[in-house]
Ligand binder design. Structure first.
Ligand SMILES: [Zn+2]
Ligand SMILES: [Zn+2]
Length: 363
């Protein structure tokens, strides 16, 4: 039998036992889950904000584990064998539609479902999420090899770091010598700083709230040259002062809900610079001074999801051992404490604040 967390409704989760799946001749693989990250979407999912159509289901969409069994055809397609450690992407694309063939598989038209996300109800309740001892990986899954000798709670950071690489480097175009402003000091803000530092950015400035003091300290340890407490200082004034009045090449807005950072981004970026928007604002509209976008010849990009190339580079960053990533790893929980873990990340546990929170089914 296999233990797994099952969400049955909004704010309703329980641990259940499932029979261990049997892998058919072309039926993907079984993953022994070592660790699974938690992010803001887990909080939304837990609260029921993402709908209830796919329930009951096993959540957990940032898994890392060891291939325990694999169908021969799947092993050949993925290039992995029993005993290999892999990071698993959330989406299960068809690999055949025009978007998949164009590399835009995150928007695949014929998705088989997603790991730990909401699957088509006809897929039923199965071990398709990472909050479980064992997970069944669909043969169309996308997996990435990760060195077996790293601590699982560090290796599992491939997910936020993949976002940092995607948003700062791919969308933002940050490279050797770039000047960068990262708005927001959550795990993805810290990941963006790491990615920018990894490629040799020349100046990195990070912002946060007064309650983010510890995260901003970590931002400095990870490579931020300056940090701004936005409750005490004006972001735009400080950035201008630090850049000789020019503003920075690239601004990333990773703040959830807040609208002021979007305006700060437009004012703090240099002429001809790039703004990457990755902080969702709960469908609220932000008035934008479009004349400034025109007169400053700005590029504004919406950052949707992470792709295989970003995960590959994120894994290289982790394996490089260049950064003290363990300082970002604040909490580990077993399956029985998943609800506590999600509430912690949601800020619902008084006096406790997490950065990278991992579920470790072996605990
Ligand atoms: Zn996530
Ligand atoms: Zn497709």
């Amino acid at each position: 039998m296999v233990r797994a967390v099952v969400q049955t409704g909004p704010r309703q989760i329980e641990v259940r036992e499932f029979p261990r799946p049997v892998i058919g001749p072309d039926d993907g693989a079984l993953l022994r889950v070592e660790a699974c990250g938690i992010c803001g979407s887990d909080v939304e999912q837990y609260k029921g904000a993402m709908g209830t159509r796919g329930l009951p289901m096993v959540p957990g969409h940032e898994p890392l584990g060891i291939i325990e069994e694999i169908a021969p055809s799947t092993a050949a397609r993925w290039g992995v064998a029993v005993g290999d450690r892999v990071a698993v992407e959330i989406l299960i694309p068809c690999r055949s539609c025009d978007l998949c063939l164009a590399g835009q598989y995150m928007q695949c038209k014929n998705k088989a479902g997603s790991h730990g996300g909401y699957n088509p109800p006809e897929r039923g309740l199965g071990l398709y999420g990472g909050y479980a001892e064992v997970m069944h990986l669909h043969p169309n899954s996308i997996v990435h090899r990760v060195r077996n000798d790293l601590p699982a709670e560090i290796a599992v950071m491939y997910n936020p770091l993949g976002a940092g690489v995607r948003w700062a480097l791919q969308y933002g175009g940050v490279h050797l010598g770039s000047t960068v402003l990262v708005l927001g000091a959550g795990q993805r803000g810290l990941a963006a700083i790491l990615a920018a530092k990894y490629v040799g950015a020349g100046l990195i400035i990070a912002t946060g709230l007064a309650r983010d003091a510890r995260k901003l300290e970590l931002a400095r340890e990870f490579g931020a040259d300056h940090t701004i407490n936005v409750e005490e200082e004006d972001t735009v004034d400080r950035v201008r002062a630090l850049t000789g009045g020019d503003g920075v090449d690239v601004v990333l807005d990773l703040t959830p809900m807040a609208q002021q950072p979007i305006l700060d981004a437009i004012n703090a970026v240099r002429w001809g610079g790039t703004i990457v928007l990755a902080g969702l604002k709960g469908h609220r509209e932000t008035p934008i001074p479009t004349d400034l976008l025109i007169n400053k010849a700005l590029t504004v990009k919406g950052a949707f999801s992470v792709d295989a190339a970003a995960y590959t580079d994120a894994i290289k960053l982790i394996e490089s051992g260049q950064f003290p990533l363990e300082k970002m790893q604040t909490h580990k929980f077993g399956l029985d404490d998943v609800e506590h873990a999600i509430k912690l990340l949601a800020g619902e546990i008084d006096g406790e604040d997490g950065i990278h929170v991992a579920v470790m089914p072996g605990l």
